[in-house]
Ligand binder design. Structure first.
Ligand SMILES: [Zn+2]
Length: 96
């Protein structure tokens, strides 16, 4: 059984921290490993955040693309309608 270096409470061999005061359970290598683990967790979070913003960016880009397509479709319909009206006027002018 190990004892906490800070408060003297008994700590289990498998525990990384004292359950009473939160002091790391001694071995500096473990301490370094925990720190690396924390850094890795933060890096993972940062990577995830970047990934999220990229996927949001992609979604926005996709929406923008869809809007552009809709605009083009509307323009095409407008052009066809205009041509249709023009054709009707031309037909009427030709007949009368
Ligand atoms: Zn302690």
């Amino acid at each position: 059984m190990k004892y906490c270096t800070k408060c003297g409470s008994e700590v289990s061999e498998s525990d990384k921290f004292c359950s009473d005061c939160g002091q790391t359970t001694g071995q500096s290598s473990n301490d370094a490993a925990v720190k690396v683990e924390i850094v890795n967790t933060n890096t993972d979070k940062a990577i995830k955040a970047v990934g999220d913003s990229i996927s949001i960016g992609k979604k926005v880009a996709k929406k923008h693309k869809e809007a552009t397509v809709n605009f083009l479709e509307s323009s095409l319909i407008l052009v066809i309608a205009t041509l249709g009206c023009f054709a009707i006027f031309a037909f009427v002018a030709f007949v009368f």
